[in-house]
Write a protein that binds this ligand. Sequence first.
Ligand code: FES
Length: 79
Amino acid sequence: MAVMLSFDPTPVDRCVCHNVTFAELLRIHRETGADLAELQRRTGCGTGCGMCVPYIRVALATGRERLPVMLEPGGRDAE
Ligand code: FES
């Protein structure tokens, strides 16, 4: 019997600490023009461990709701 495993190459889609998706942050950004600081104030995103901040910056710059794991903050994608 074959077992199908799925692999999502773009697994990062939210601030885990505050359970705020990048989709929601992008919606707020589009509707209000909120920058990162304003998004942090409104949702708390990026104010916990801070690991999501580089991802939020990329999401805001690219409009992408799902991102690959980055090896370097704001830098290269995982290979
Ligand atoms: S994952 Fe966003 S602050 Fe920890």
